[in-house]
Design a binder for this molecule. Structure first.
Ligand code: NOJ
Ligand code: CA
Length: 595
């Protein structure tokens, strides 16, 4: 086909049909662009299904419980939900031990429930992302049952098996090396039947798959295709940096403390973690998976299928590699956990990480995140016990007012607090049992979503017994009360998300840090061509602060307040933007500036 000729035919047809057609064509192409780019400024919401909504009152959240709350998510402004694993699982690691990647755990519901959730989400323009756990399966997965059945079974090399050291006919000897499980103890488990050790980076019930085996790769391509055909909008790849291990099985080095002694955590030496994490083989795997995924697009669920990575990495340069290259793309959105790992209210450290994301990731889109089902919630990591809600306003401002996509965890928007179990016998997360009381596990950030002030917080019927107790603070921290209060944290999240979506500077503007030497206040500008810039100032301290924007090169002039902490003031001059303790001010200049 001749290009000029075909363009001429399209143009002629449009002229004959009149301006209606031209408008329709323009709309179509802008909607095609938005389908392609939907993820770039998107708001992602992490759902921990076990704790979101329990429709059948067995104390465990389920898919119908999620469907029942889709209107809430729509109203909040969420573009996409990521569901932590809902596949059949013995639930040792609450779903991260998967026994069948192409089905639904009966505790969560049925495939029909999933299809209904998809259809209802689609009606509300909410996309659904699945968790993809490729590093390991459950030890009850049929692949592993086969693998452990004999050394000659065709599935033997789907997992990582090795002889021990000094093994005899009667003695299992020692594990092949000193590698440790993330959840404590040796990462090697002896298997008596075939007299070898298998490797597990996580629980013993989560044997690592062997990613050097092409059959494993093909199996996951098929799994990815299965869910894409069901219309999912992408995946969050679990523990993705741990796919490969050093083939020489070299011991890990031991991290030393400042006195040169082994650094200890929970009674075990801390290892360097370079022989089993972030090995380069992961890049080829992800590029292959991405190429597979990019082939899929249906009329029913159009748009880019997005890859999010669970990417805890040592620095921004390593994060950059996870995006791949334009020719061989990997993740759309590997999580930028650099900011999450700051773990304290430190304006200087935040500024440095945000500047890194702005300058070191090229044209790639950052994905910021502060919270999830594995880390104590925001209150426990940033709060001071006095100003927690204001601190949560500061953190969420950084999340939604920075360039890129944003991911947050259910309950952040109402300020749910970390509530670890009070007694060892109440602990559900096995790692909490193992290390009690030094580390109480992850139950504290997994308590049921607090919908109402009533019994069981509306997560469950008042008479059910939720799998984890509802913290008593749901009398004030709950969706129902906070939605009705314009000064609540919920309302703050709602307003920020609205700005992210509807204000052009917010939606597309580049980030430029202002007042870069200020240790107390983080100030930045979002500037997008053709619209006046937005200025954001966030006080990281419990003391009142004032920022002089004029000294930062912003000409004196009018500013319109877009959002401010309750009780905060509108500046009468750009020389004094006054902020209360952990106060936030967001305003839009009423004039254009050139830089
Ligand atoms: C990360 C998940 O978020 C966590 O919950 C899980 O225990 C590990 N990966 C192992 O799958
Ligand atoms: Ca249930």
């Amino acid at each position: 086909m001749h290009w000029t000729g075909s363009l001429a035919i399209i143009a002629a047809a449009a002229i004959t049909l009149g301006t209606g057609t031209l408008k329709a064509a323009a709309q179509e192409s802008s909607s095609a662009a938005s389908e392609k780019n939907w993820w770039r400024n998107a708001v992602f919401y992490e759902i921990y299904p076990r704790s979101f909504g329990d429709a059948n009152n067995d104390g465990i959240g389920d898919l119908k419980g999620i469907t029942a709350h889709l209107d809430y998510l729509k109203d909040l402004g969420v573009d996409a939900i990521w569901l932590t694993p809902i596949y059949p699982s013995p639930q040792v690691d609450f779903g991260y031990d998967i026994a069948d990647y192409m089905a639904i755990d009966p505790q969560c519901g049925t495939m029909a429930d999933f299809d209904r959730l998809m259809a209802e989400a689609n009606k509300r323009h909410i996309r659904v992302l699945m968790d993809m756990v490729m590093n390991h399966s459950s030890d009850k997965h049929k692949w592993f049952l086969q693998s452990r059945s004999s050394k000659t079974n065709p599935y033997r090399d789907w997992y990582v098996w090795h002889d021990g050291k000094g093994e005899t006919a009667t003695d299992k000897g020692q594990p092949p090396n000193n590698w440790q499980s993330v959840f404590g103890g040796s990462a090697w488990e002896w298997d008596d039947k075939t007299r070898q050790y298998y490797y597990h980076k996580f629980y013993t019930q989560q044997p690592d798959l062997n990613w050097n085996n092409p059959k494993v790769r093909q199996a996951f391509k098929d799994i990815i295709a299965f869910w894409l055909k069901k219309g999912v909008a992408g995946f969050r790849f679990d523990a993705i940096t741990t796919l490969f291990e050093d083939p020489n099985l070299a011991d890990e080095g031991v991290v030393k403390d400042k006195n040169g002694n082994p650094e200890m955590r929970n009674g075990e030496p801390v290892l360097e973690n370079v022989k089993t994490d972030n090995l380069p083989g992961v890049h080829d795997v992800m590029a292959e998976m991405r190429a597979e995924s990019d082939k899929f697009s249906t009329d029913k669920y159009p748009g880019t299928r997005v890859f999010i990575g669970e990417t805890y990495l040592p620095n921004i340069a390593e994060l950059l590699k996870q995006y791949g290259t334009p020719e061989k793309p990997e993740f759309h959105l590997p999580m930028d956990t650099q900011l999450l790992l700051v773990n304290k209210m430190d304006a200087t450290a935040f500024r440095a990480k945000l500047e890194d994301a702005e300058s070191e990731l090229g044209s790639n889109v950052p994905l910021f995140v502060f919270d999830n089902h594995d880390n104590p919630r925001i209150d426990a990591r940033y709060g001071d016990g006095v100003h927690d809600t204001d601190i949560q306003r500061v953190i969420s401002t950084v999340l939604f007012a920075s360039k890129g996509a944003a991911l947050f965890y259910q309950g952040d928007e109402i300020g749910m607090k970390t509530t670890p179990p009070a007694h060892k016998e109440d602990v559900k997360d096995p790692v909490g049992l193992r290390f009690w009381p030094e580390y109480k596990g992850r139950d504290g950030e997994r308590t049921p979503m607090q919908w109402t002030p009533g019994p069981n917080a509306g997560f469950d019927s008042p008479t059910a017994k939720p799998w984890l107790p509802v913290p008593g603070n749901n009398s004030t921290i709950n969706v129902q009360s906070e939605k009705a209060d314009p000064k609540s944290l919920y309302s703050w999240y709602h307003s920020l998300i609205e700005l992210k979506k509807n204000n052009a500077a917010f939606a597309q503007g580049a980030d430029t840090m202002l007042d870069r030497n200020n240790k107390n206040v983080l100030s930045w500008k979002r500037q997008s061509p053709g619209v006046p810039p937005v200025i954001i100032c966030a006080n990281f301290t419990a003391e009142p602060q004032s920022v002089d924007l004029v000294s930062q090169g912003i000409p004196e002039g009018a500013i319109t307040t877009l959002l401010k902490t309750p009780g905060g003031s509108d500046p009468s001059t750009l020389k004094h933007v006054n902020l209360g303790p952990f106060g936030v001010y967001i305003g839009q200049l009423q004039f254009m500036i050139s830089h």
